[in-house]
Design a protein around this ligand. Structure first.
Ligand SMILES: [Ca+2]
Ligand SMILES: [Ca+2]
Ligand SMILES: [Ca+2]
Ligand SMILES: [Ca+2]
Length: 495
């Protein structure tokens, strides 16, 4: 089928500083530079090209979006809104609606449109993003974990504030929010000292408490240490009535690359109990599992009994469910994972659970570890069937690194949102970025795809929440190689 392509043309833009492969154009020529360094002459530019425009604060320029087919040009306006030190400006694209390719498999599926806004491009590595209300005004803010700092962007100005800089051992790698000391203000737990292949030492856990005012310095308190600390989340898996900090390192202690990280000890998953005085007392860890290898991510989910919280893990072994049953932690293998390469990257890496409007659940993963497949597991058809059914829904990607589920169009089915870190190729449909998938059957086996970010963010992490309170869930992605933070504003399904 014919594919739709969208291109932005910039006109009347003067003085864009050039960088990357941009020789052959004079400074006075209207032009834009691409995040990949690819320059597009005379204003012919993709929607995701905006990067590092200098000295353009307050300038507006015209964008014309051309859709093909049909040959239709839409006039839009963009303004450079802000300037960040040093000389890195934020460009707010006012109305640059992303017109992504409609998927070739399901051409009739209807998707919402998204408007892109880049709020920062000065990250070293955007390791993690969290959408929580830091200042307690009812609007979710954007918290980003960078290599040696943690920052938050205030909704709706997206003013950047530093929470900590240089207080942890680099790199910071993961974050979770919870009112740890019960004072009514959100606190942040942070995993740092990220050294993925040092399985003997390092890996720090600490928490951060804000000062009296939101601009006062935050104070840091230690929690514990575990080599290769990689993913943390708060959940009440022990049934205490308040959450514990669940820590899932990437590798087991003493495991080695030579043995493909399956020697030494398996990965130790621990729940750290919040002590009575978390600023002084020790956080006691409870081990909830220690028999899996290379656990790249996990997600707490409601248990079948409706009372407890289970943990779903994505590891070399595929998908496993950990449940507290009669006082004991029980592991159930429910998803096979990609086991094509038993001596290399295998299993699953990212994981989230979603649900459909008929109540059916699904589990979405990236497979194998740092893999090239988007996989959906659907609930067993027979009660006697232990393993969930595995469906590969996309293989046109390299290094998937972000999974989220959210009802983006309000029809009751939670869509799948996938972040891709690397380009599989330079071809349309195979670049890094953000993709959304809409379920087209009643169980979650068939999905239609739409690409909402093609090339502009080397997605390390993403998250979704309604940031502007219009009832439509928006998406935020943070980049590694691209070093940027972008919001994708959900503009709903165009009638
Ligand atoms: Ca807020
Ligand atoms: Ca607090
Ligand atoms: Ca939906
Ligand atoms: Ca919204």
């Amino acid at each position: 089928m014919e594919r739709r392509r969208s291109t932005l043309f910039a006109r009347g833009v003067k003085g864009f500083a050039s960088y990357g492969r941009d020789s052959g154009f004079s400074d006075s020529e209207p032009r834009l530079c691409g995040t990949s360094g690819k320059l597009v002459k005379a204003g012919a530019a993709r929607y995701d090209i905006f990067d590092r425009p200098l000295n353009l604060v307050g300038q507006s320029f015209c964008l014309a979006r051309q859709e093909w087919p049909p040959h239709q040009t839409i006039q839009e306006t963009a303004t450079v809104m802000n300037r960040l030190p040093p000389l890195i400006a934020m460009l707010v694209v006012a109305v640059a609606t992303v017109t992504a390719r409609t998927d070739d498999k399901q051409p009739d599926a209807v998707f919402p449109s998204f408007r892109v806004q880049e709020i920062a491009n000065d990250l070293k590595v955007g390791y993690a993003v969290l959408l929580v209300d830091i200042n307690g005004d009812g609007k979710k803010d954007i918290v980003v974990v960078d290599t040696n700092r943690i920052v938050w962007y205030e909704n709706p100005s997206w003013k950047c504030r530093t929470i900590i800089q240089g207080m942890t051992k680099p790199d910071n790698v993961c974050i979770a929010a919870y009112d740890i000391d019960g004072d009514g203000h959100l606190d942040l737990a942070v995993g740092a000292d990220w050294k993925p292949f040092n399985t003997k030492e390092g890996g720090t856990l600490q928490w951060l408490k804000r000062g009296k005012s939101i601009d006062a310095p935050w104070t840091m308190y230690p929690i514990g240490e575990e080599p290769t600390v990689h993913r943390i989340r708060f959940a009440d898996v022990l049934g205490e009535g308040k959450s514990q900090l669940i820590n899932v390192p990437l590798m087991g202690r003493e495991s080695t690359a030579k043995a493909n990280w399956v020697d030494g000890r398996p990965v130790r998953i621990q729940a750290f109990k919040i002590p009575k005085d978390p600023t002084k007392d020790k956080w006691e860890p409870v081990t909830i599992n220690e028999d899996l290898h290379v656990i790249h991510n996990f997600i707490p989910v409601p248990a079948a009994d409706g009372k407890h919280t289970d943990v779903l893990t994505a590891s070399y072994e595929g998908v496993n469910r950990l449940s507290l049953t009669d006082g004991k932690w029980v592991r159930q293998h429910i998803g096979e994972g990609n086991q094509a390469n038993p001596k290399g990257n295998r299993g699953a890496s990212e994981i989230k659970q979603g649900k459909l409007k008929n109540g059916k659940k699904y589990i979405a993963t990236i497979e194998p570890w740092h893999g090239n497949q988007v996989v959906v597991y659907t609930e067993p058809k027979e009660p006697s069937q232990k393993m969930w059914d595995r469906h590969v829904i996309d293989e046109q990607l390299k290094w998937g690194h972000g999974v989220w589920t959210a009802d983006l169009d309000g029809d009751g089915d939670e869509a799948l949102i996938i972040g891709v870190r690397d380009n599989l190729s330079d071809k349309a449909g195979e670049k890094r970025g953000v993709r959304i998938y809409k379920c087209t059957d009643s169980i979650g086996a068939k999905w239609a795809r739409k690409i909402i970010e093609e090339g502009g963010v080397a997605v390390e992490d993403l998250a979704a929440a309604d940031l502007d309170g219009d009832g439509k869930i928006d998406i935020v992605a943070v980049g590694r190689a691209t070093g940027n933070v972008r919001i994708y504003w959900n503009e709903g399904v165009k009638k």
